[in-house]
Design a protein around this ligand. Structure first.
Ligand SMILES: C[S@@+](CC[C@H](N)C(=O)[O-])C[C@H]1O[C@@H](n2cnc3c(N)ncnc32)[C@H](O)[C@@H]1O
Length: 295
């Protein structure tokens, strides 16, 4: 990455939520780690930036090869267009009128998805990972396209432990496609490809994912020696990925097209930085024994 690109990314990170506002007397990072050298504090404390923007516009603002990990959970439209429930009824938030929906869907035509993947490839550094979430429908329709851009390594099944909605077998799983740009090992060799992490009930944001799900992605990609690791989620929603990045001592850049999502995720991140408490997910979704397997 050129020096100019680095400056652009630094500028982006300095924008938005000012991490330097973490109280100075604090001797712990947001993850609870002791900061060893006060001179390193400013660089050690992660920064996060959340922008209100369309995914493609946002990714185009990032310099080439500027992020260390992309992990994201797009708002696919396919599921709602094609897997209508029962007599063509769509349930939950989709019952609401278009203008009162919480969020827009990303139009996952192959042209649009190709543009998205191509931008992801451009902004990701070489020898880095991508975690891309899919529901069962979009996995069938779009999953194979990822191979045109990345080296697909595995599909992780997220087992949500409790069943959810669904016609013809109620859904308990979602998929996370794991791929690399270039070569990069995962941090441990004993992590299985089924991740048992409880779904959230009554979350503030529809489709809000447990922070631990994203933490597991970072923990399996980020090596101990990686300094200034930058994580990107361009469909940020409630900001679970941002909280995960901070908990794992990483910088975060992300966006969402929805004003509500951006307001909620920024508020969540600010509160977390100030108090160390995640106001949108107070209870862990992972039991401690399982957590030890990951980090
Ligand atoms: C499935 S949700 C993400 C939920 C998130 N992972 C969480 O844990 O809260 C998808 C998000 O994509 C956003 N979105 C939809 N179309 C978008 C677009 N074109 N650009 C950026 N964000 C978009 C929606 O507003 C929504 O918040």
């Amino acid at each position: 990455m050129s020096l100019d690109s680095l400056k652009v990314l630094d500028g982006i990170l300095d924008h938005g939520i000012p991490f330097k506002s973490v109280p100075h007397q604090e001797s712990q990072s947001p993850m609870g780690e002791k900061l060893q050298d006060p001179a390193l504090e400013v660089r050690t404390i992660p920064k996060a930036t959340i922008t209100q923007q369309d995914v493609l516009m946002f990714l185009r603002t990032l310099p080439a090869e500027s992020v260390d990990l992309i992990m994201t959970d797009p708002a696919y439209s396919g599921m709602n267009q094609h897997l209508l429930l029962g007599k063509g009824r769509i349930v939950g938030n989709y019952q609401e009128k278009e203008e009162s929906r919480w969020f827009e869907e990303f139009h996952d035509t192959s042209e649009n998805y190709g543009r998205f993947l191509s931008e992801c490839k451009r902004v990701l550094k070489n020898d880095r990972h991508l975690f891309l979430m899919f529901d069962s429908f979009s996995m069938l329709s779009l999953g194979a396209m990822v191979r045109d851009f990345f080296n697909v390594k595995n599909i992780i099944t997220w087992d949500k432990v409790n069943i959810g909605m669904g016609h013809y077998f109620r859904r308990q799983t979602e998929f996370i496609l794991f791929a690399s740009k270039g070569k990069r090992p995962v941090t441990r060799r004993d992590i299985p490809d089924i991740w048992k992490i409880k779904r959230l009930h009554r979350a503030a944001y529809p489709t809000q994912k447990p922070v631990e799900l994203f933490e597991a992605m970072i923990a399996s990609s980020k090596a101990k020696s990686d300094a200034n690791f930058v994580v990107c989620d361009p469909f940020v929603g409630s900001g679970s990925a941002a909280i995960a990045a901070l908990r794992q001592g990483s910088h975060f850049v992300g966006c969402d097209i929805s004003e509500k999502a951006v307001a909620l995720s920024r508020k969540r991140v600010k509160a977390f930085l100030k108090t160390g408490i995640d106001i949108e997910q107070e209870k862990p979704a992972f039991d401690e024994a399982l957590q030890k397997k990951f980090w």
